[in-house]
Design a binder for this molecule. Structure first.
Ligand SMILES: *Cc1c(COP(=O)(O)O)cnc(C)c1O
Length: 439
């Protein structure tokens, strides 16, 4: 078949059936909004079909990956010597970390798996619990501890749970802290957890998948204080560093831990065994054949420079704060979690509606109606059981005017579903049509 027809089919029947993550109105989940240089880096890695599993086959791209990892190490504040690898995403990075932690504790002795425990909060990403399962921590021994009022893990609870587990003959494997939870952007008390883990000699992994790059900004750096003290950290360049899917990263204080856990030298790969300071990234995780993901990060960061990236990340934080302000000013809206690291949670609260189940159902309908406009996509979550609208506004194409339009869209939907609702007339005007402007 000719390209023309095939591409037309992809355009009309296939790619039309996707939510456009880089669209300015995409404010759901955690948006991935890549820049052109980053996409070009991805195309080059794909077109050259680089095999980045071992050093000798792809020295150039592998050196770029090392350089990029070292930038991240410095941004995060980890000591020299820390290293790791780029992965498909944050889930893979966290799984790789937990497997390395497991190897450090039980080594080859599989009989000890049944005693392992892992500690995280009820706000941790599902990838954390899943990584623990896959790594062989018994499901009943993954301690998902209730978070505090600000949705953070309480170190005292971790300490108590660990003491109880040790007393019962169990073996604490790791604490997984969140630095930017998916629900609300909350950051666990990293310094205190690092102290605790050092005292208990337990691996501290930090899931900073979406939030970690905020460390480039002064505000983010404050919120993420202590991040560099972890044993390992997961980052997602395909979220807040504006590179295309797939791109995650794992950094480990002592990369030898990765090699110990993952390195195998089969006969057919002896001729590519690394020497001196060469790194075979295939020795650091589960992937042998892997894309040269460093290229897209390198082009993106070198082309724009850190100042531009810092500004865009700051803008994302400011957009969420702007939403928070609008929610606080609008009597029909209720803030459920303040803006933090680009995320904010709220709901519509008609004054004559008090029943929790009715409020949940109503806000679910509002969410559906907003998304059905095709102009904005917001997602939802449940905060302590309460249905919440959730906006995550990291995309660099999302302007302040755009988040204002989203709030108008929420109010318009709420007004249509609940005609007696009194709305602030300044905002309930018909949303400006952005569709044609951004196509
Ligand atoms: C996105 C995310 C993950 C999962 O990462 P993937 O890249 O989707 O595999 C884990 N934790 C947090 C906090 C995230 O935001």
């Amino acid at each position: 078949m000719e390209f023309d027809g095939l591409l037309e089919t992809l355009r009309t029947d296939v790619l039309s059936r996707t939510a456009r993550e880089p669209h300015p109105g995409f404010m759901g989940y955690v948006p991935s909004c890549p820049t052109f240089p980053a996409i070009l880096g991805d195309w080059l890695a794909t077109g050259y079909n680089v095999f980045a599993g071992v050093w000798s086959i792809a020295e150039g791209p592998n050196a770029i990956e090392l350089a990029v990892l070292d930038w991240f190490r410095q941004w995060i504040g980890m000591p020299e010597g820390a290293g790791g690898l780029l992965t498909s995403g944050g889930s893979s990075a966290t799984l790789t970390a937990i497997v390395a932690a497991r190897h450090a504790v039980v080594g080859e002795d599989a009989s000890r798996l049944a005693r392992l425990t892992l500690y995280t909060s009820d706000q941790a990403h599902s990838a954390v619990v899943r990584a623990a399962w896959i790594a062989g921590v018994p499901r009943g021994q993954v301690r998902v501890l209730p978070s505090d009022k600000a949705f953070r893990l309480r170190p005292a609870d971790v300490r108590a749970a660990m003491a109880a587990d040790r007393a019962a003959g169990l073996v604490p494997l790791a604490v997984v802290a969140s630095a930017g939870t998916t629900n609300t952007g909350a950051v666990d008390p990293l310094d205190e957890l690092a102290d605790l883990c050092a005292a208990e000699k337990v691996w501290l992994h930090v899931d900073a998948a979406y939030g970690g790059f905020a460390t480039l900004t002064p505000r983010g750096r404050e919120l993420l204080a202590g991040l560099g003290r972890c044993d390992s950290v997961a980052l997602d360049p395909h979220k807040w560093l504006y590179v295309p899917i797939e791109c995650g990263c794992l950094l480990v204080r002592d990369p030898a831990r990765l090699r110990e856990a993952f390195q195998i030298l089969p006969d057919y790969l002896l001729d590519v065994a690394p020497v001196d300071r060469q790194v075979n990234f295939a020795d650091y995780g589960e992937q042998l054949t892997r894309q040269a993901r460093g290229l897209k990060i390198w082009l993106n960061v070198r082309y724009f420079g850190l100042a531009a990236l810092r500004t865009e990340i700051e803008n994302g934080i400011a957009r969420a704060e702007h939403i928070e302000r609008m929610v606080r000013e609008e009597p029909a809206l209720e803030l459920l979690a303040p803006a933090q690291l680009g995320v904010v949670c709220f709901r519509v609260r008609p004054p004559d509606m008090d029943d929790p189940a009715e409020l949940d159902a109503f806000n679910e309908r509002v969410n559906t109606a907003v998304n059905a406009t095709g102009r904005h996509l917001i997602s939802s979550t449940r905060l302590r059981g309460v249905f919440s609208l959730r906006a995550c506004v990291l995309g660099f194409r999302t302007s302040m005017a755009e988040v204002e339009a989203m709030i108008r869209s929420v109010l318009t939907a709420a007004g249509q579903l609940h005609p007696t609702l009194e709305l602030d007339s300044r905002r309930s005007a018909t949303p400006r049509d952005i569709t044609t402007a951004t196509r």
